[in-house]
Design a protein around this ligand. Structure first.
Ligand code: HEC
Length: 463
């Protein structure tokens, strides 16, 4: 192996960029999994109340809500597997690094997950025939185990954004209990209980009970949404511990991210205010339609929040260690000499499409260095972003990629690679004509090399 970096087989998702694919699966998964966690706690709470004689609580526990919690944990588990399938196609090296570092903790998470599944299934299958104590115990095990699987996975995910003392050789536990561990664990727990409360309100509305009795159940369920009130504080805590440059983006430096932060915060605040003021203090009745709307709002907030969390990590998948392109900061210098694709063994899927070897080369460079975050014509379409630029503007900005936008890693290739991408973008913008001149003027390449040397190989904001 004389290649400076390992290459993995990659997949392409047409107009969807890779980051979007994994983000989409991730948001779906997180939403379901968080509901399943809050649902477990809520079921336990209602079971206890029911055993103490609160009317209808037991009926609620054995109602569709139980089925929903179970469906969501089954679908949540399946979409968790889908996460594995997408991450190995999109970021094999990232997931590899995570497994290298945290395999025992991940195994621990799976043990808890196994307990969660067993307890959940046992309750589903045998719950109605069990005595009070056994029912309580099973639900407690389910609730604790599902929260524990969040506990373990949360540390590993938080590490990606804020590896903290792990970077200075602090070891696995320093990586796990990293600076954003507690704020994101508490934040996700608050989201989990809120989602459960909202779904409970929907389910209670479908129950065949007189309105006053439904209202009584709704008042109990809405207690689970009260943690929503501290979400702004938890959000601020999270923003305070993330790296300064990421924080700047959230605070206006990147308008899309700032807007998503705003959407997530406003949606959470609205839900929180409705629950605390309307349901808890004023004891209003919430009907199924309103609860569904609030749940949709919560889904929007979750999606926006996850988008921001993933976006804030750019240009890294593991902050300071691995770029989104699966190249480490230390490897960039070698690739500046060898080129980004010299050792890439994988052919293009659509090689015949390109009229010249330079364009084939450009497509491979784009696949290696750009398509984690861009597509040519679909999401974050780089052809459209640059359509109005001059050739030299394109050469300069790609050479100095980390200066063009701090979300982007330094260009990890040589002058010929830059020129090949430039030609690819021009050819695509021109509508992929059948003939295309080869661009190999030594003066142009020398100019690109000067720009690459000037900008250096460190990420934006790093020495
Ligand atoms: C880590 C993710 C990431 C990678 C890798 C990446 N980009 Fe970007 N790029 C972005 C983001 C995010 C934007 C901002 C898009 C916007 O402002 O709408 C952007 C913007 C751009 C722009 C427009 C800049 C401007 O000022 O309008 C160009 C050109 C561009 N990228 C080219 C590239 C090329 C070429 C590559 C590969 C060599 C690349 N990018 C790799 C994330 C990335």
């Amino acid at each position: 192996m004389d290649s400076p970096v390992p290459y993995y087989p990659v997949n392409e998702f047409g107009p969807l960029m890779k980051g979007l694919v994994i983000g989409g699966v991730g948001i779906f998964h997180v939403f379901l999994a968080q509901f399943a966690i809050g649902g477990g706690m809520l079921l336990y709470y209602f079971e206890r109340l029911g055993q103490r004689g609160v009317p209808d609580a037991r009926t609620f526990v054995d109602s569709t809500f139980k089925v929903l919690v179970l469906v969501s944990f089954v679908v949540g588990a399946l979409s968790g597997v889908a996460m594995w399938f997408t991450t190995i196609q999109v970021g094999a090296r990232t997931i590899g690094l995570m497994i290298d570092e945290f395999h025992w903790l991940w195994a621990t998470e799976w043990v808890w997950f196994g307990i969660e599944i067993s307890a959940g299934y046992a309750f589903y299958r045998f719950g109605p025939t069990l005595d009070h104590k056994a029912r309580r115990r099973l639900l407690a095990i389910y609730a604790i185990a599902s929260w524990m699987s969040l506990f373990w996975i949360n540390g590993i995910l938080a590490w990606q954004l804020t590896p903290g003392r792990w970077l200075e050789g602090g070891g696995m536990w320093a990586g796990f209990f990293n600076p954003s561990f507690w704020p994101s664990l508490l934040f996700r727990t608050a989201v989990a209980t809120t989602l459960a409360a909202l779904v409970a309100c929907i389910v209670i509305n479908t129950m065949d009970l007189p309105r006053e009795r439904k209202a009584a159940l709704i008042r109990i369920a809405s207690r689970f949404a009260v943690p929503m009130a501290v979400m702004p504080l938890l959000g601020m805590w999270f923003v305070a511990v993330i790296p300064a440059d990421s924080r700047q983006w959230l605070m206006g430096g990147s308008m899309p991210m700032t807007m998503f932060v705003g959407v997530a915060a406003a949606a959470s605040l609205l839900i929180g205010a409705y629950v605390v003021v309307g349901l808890v203090l004023k004891r209003l009745y919430i009907n199924g339609a309103t609860a569904t709307l609030l749940l949709a709002l919560a889904f929007g907030a979750t999606a926006a929040g996850e988008f921001v969390r993933e976006g804030a990590r750019k240009p890294y998948t593991v902050r300071g260690v691995l770029y989104s392109t699966s190249i480490t900061p230390a490897e960039v210098a070698a690739l500046r000499i060898d080129g980004a694709t010299k050792h890439d063994p994988y052919p293009l899927r659509d090689q015949a499409r390109y009229p010249t070897p330079q364009l084939v080369h450009g497509a491979k460079v784009h696949r290696t260095l750009c398509d984690a975050c861009h597509t040519l014509h679909g999401a974050n379409a780089v052809v459209e972003l640059t359509r109005t630029w001059t050739d030299d503007q394109l050469r300069l900005n790609i050479s100095k990629l980390q200066r063009t936008k701090a979300f982007m890693p330094p260009f990890a290739g040589n002058a010929a690679d830059v020129e090949a991408v430039v030609q690819l973008l021009r050819w695509e913008a021109a509508g992929t004509p059948a003939r295309w001149p080869v661009s190999d003027d030594p003066a142009t390449l020398a100019q690109i090399k000067t720009w690459l040397d000037e900008v250096g190989t460190s990420a934006a904001g790093e020495p």
